[in-house]
Write a protein that binds this ligand. Structure first.
Ligand code: PLP
Length: 366
């Protein structure tokens, strides 16, 4: 149970403090998979105060593999097992921005499978290293167009087809991805807020998180507003805003895990018509929020989490005061620390000036 108290005697600031008192414990579970899900829903106390609406953030970085992708990875494996596509000792192959690969690598070790991942070579190396440390075989490949046979995802498919007892996880088109959120994340959010959910927004990578949660939450509250969010360089926002006729790919972003697919995949197509709007969040906004989340909320988060909180605050402004808007915190900052907290990297990416002067102190690396 969470108790809100106002900070008084030991500081002159009027920050809201959230004190954790006793929290109901879940019973012991069996293996890695049993620790997935049931993540906390955090009311961002100070950010909520400044918007006049309640911004709630689902702490998916607290999954045992450290990201929101533990949920779909487990569902994808279970579905492959059920369909007889994956047998003991088999190999799971995936094209991944990193977190799905990490989730699959954990689950593969725990359940007795092998894991092979293909990832684009512009992403942080720490994700590759984590996968390797978990026993996965990782191929870092050049960035090419989504329809190129050498695209990381197409290479993963071809690799799975070339081996015995191998399965391509195919998170982009495998609907077990979206189902994991319909059956777990969405119901958790609904229960955690006693059904009082007015808005939802988050960035799309495969789209499973946005689509699954939107489908579930709208089935419970048809008046809920849900927004599609992407960083520059992505196509789903332009696809939605063109009335589903066409899309353009403009610009680029350093926020990992969301956007940049260059196509509208099956998980997105299932639910895109449920969207109430779509907009881009710029990297300058995401990085400023990343630092604000440290300063005001004590949360050390990845770029897509910051992007999501920017989106939630913008959606909150469209809704009446006191509304509850939910977003997702897909992963923490640990994997990205050499980028997001390095002064020279931030300057090279032209986002140093986007960080308010009083928050620049958090950029602890040269
Ligand atoms: C850090 C991060 N944020 C957001 C996402 C997007 O989630 P989804 O694939 O469900 O759209 C991912 C997906 O890999 C991710 O790794």
């Amino acid at each position: 149970m969470l108790r809100l108290v106002t900070k008084r005697s030991f500081s002159t600031t009027s920050r809201v403090l959230t004190t954790a008192t006793s929290k109901p414990l879940t019973k012991a579970g069996d293996g890695f998979a049993s620790a997935i899900g049931n993540t906390p829903l955090i009311r961002l106390a100070n950010i909520s105060k400044s918007t006049g609406r309640n911004i709630y953030a689902k702490a998916e970085f607290m999954n045992p593999g450290g990201s929101v992708k533990d949920r779909p990875a487990l569902y994808i494996i279970r579905k492959a097992e059920e369909l007889g596509l994956l047998k003991p000792g088999g190999t799971i192959v995936e094209g991944t921005a990193g977190n799905t690969g990490i989730a699959l690598a954990h689950l593969a070790r725990s359940l007795g499978y092998n894991c092979i991942a293909y990832m684009p070579d512009n992403l942080v190396k720490s994700k590759l290293e984590i996968m390797e440390m978990l026993g996965a075989q990782v191929f870092r490949v050049p960035v090419v167009a989504a329809d190129d046979p050498l695209h990381f995802n197409n290479r993963a498919k071809a690799h799975a087809e070339s081996i015995e007892n191998g399965v391509w996880a195919n998170q982009f088109n495998n609907l077990a991805n979206r189902e994991s959120h319909i059956e777990t994340t969405g119901p958790e959010i609904w229960e955690q807020l006693d059904g009082k959910v007015d808005g939802f927004a988050c960035g799309l990578g495969s789209g499973g998180t946005w689509g699954g949660n939107t489908a579930y939450l709208k089935s419970k509250n048809p008046n809920l507003k849900s927004y599609v969010i992407e960083p520059p360089g992505s196509v789903v926002v332009s696809y939605f805003n063109s009335g589903f006729k066409s899309f353009v790919k403009e610009g680029s972003s350093f926020v990992e895990g969301v956007g940049a697919q260059g196509r509208v995949n099956d998980n997105v197509m299932q639910d895109i018509k449920l969207a109430d709007g779509a907009f881009l969040v710029q990297d300058t906004e995401s990085i400023a929020m990343l630092y604000r989340l440290i300063d005001e909320e004590g949360l050390y988060l990845g770029g897509s989490s910051a992007l999501n909180v920017v989106a939630a605050t913008k959606v909150a402004e469209k809704l009446p005061e006191g509304s509850n808007v939910v977003t997702i915190l897909p992963d923490s900052a640990h994997k990205y620390s050499t980028r997001f907290f390095s002064k020279s990297w931030l300057k090279e990416k032209n986002v140093w000036d986007a960080i308010p002067d009083n928050l620049k102190k958090y950029a602890a690396l040269d």
